[in-house]
Design a protein around this ligand. Sequence first.
Ligand code: AMP
Ligand code: MG
Length: 302
Amino acid sequence: MSLDGKRKAILRIQSALLYKIREFFYSRKFYELMPVLLSKCTDPLMPDSNGSIVKVGEIEYLGERYKLTQSMILHKQFAVSNGLDKVVVFSPNIRLERPERSSTGRHLFEFTQVDFEVAHARKEDIFRLVEDLIKEVWGWISRVCRDEFGLLNRRIRIPTSPLKVYTSHDLMERYGKDWEIKASLAEKHPFWVLCFRREFYDREDPARPGHFLNYDLIYPEGYGEALSGGERETDIDKIRKRLKEIGKEKEYQEYLDLMEGKLIPSAGGGFGVERMLRYLVGAKHIREVRLFPRVPGERIIL
Ligand code: AMP
Ligand code: MG
């Protein structure tokens, strides 16, 4: 069985997308790091690490246990704190999602994130960077892949900057707890959402305790979350306290010792390649954009 024209068109668009994203970061003088798949600790994915995933993947090697990367946030922070002012990684993430998540159309248990971080940046700097990426990369792709988009009967809308900004509290009030998809269905262009109580490494707004300087980007047309990111906490005592609250201080002890006195302010984010491709080509399920899809609960041969 060979691939049909639509599958080939999607893979052609993926090739263009990866090529142009890489050029975008290279032209802005980002250092591209190689991905890391095994570490002693990884992103805990709060607040729902125990809710959405079955477990954190681990392997044992020479008497040591290594976690499979859920995201490279800790490596990015190490890199920027050690003098690499802008970093990007095309980073495979393993998240052993619960089988129920196969029906969302946007969850895989192995996917690739474009994960980037900028030293001394604020959230507005990241908004402009991502908006430039969207305009440049999507604009270019829509031209060079005109035939492929024609075959898929899809036209990309290129938004203008700045994108709309909401807070998670506003959206929760307007749409209830399923705000992500409801708000996504109501919009024509991607939009930013501010302020989530979530990761131990996110920076609390010093002017408004209980509010966080983090954000998501959401695709329109019901495609949901595109990117998550934030300004990072540099106060190691606050970080320790938060880890203690979630019972994970011991797990991160070596990381905390390594970073003590070294963390510098930074901001960044990460977006899933497959989710961006899914939105661009208008695929109903994320499985359609991967040749070897890892859909939670589905059997894999290759
Ligand atoms: P997170 O750190 O969970 O916010 O993930 C960063 C980005 O990776 C998200 O905004 C999505 O674009 C993508 N992503 C996260 N989880 C998955 C998943 N299970 N399958 C596919 N893409 C994902
Ligand atoms: Mg997220």
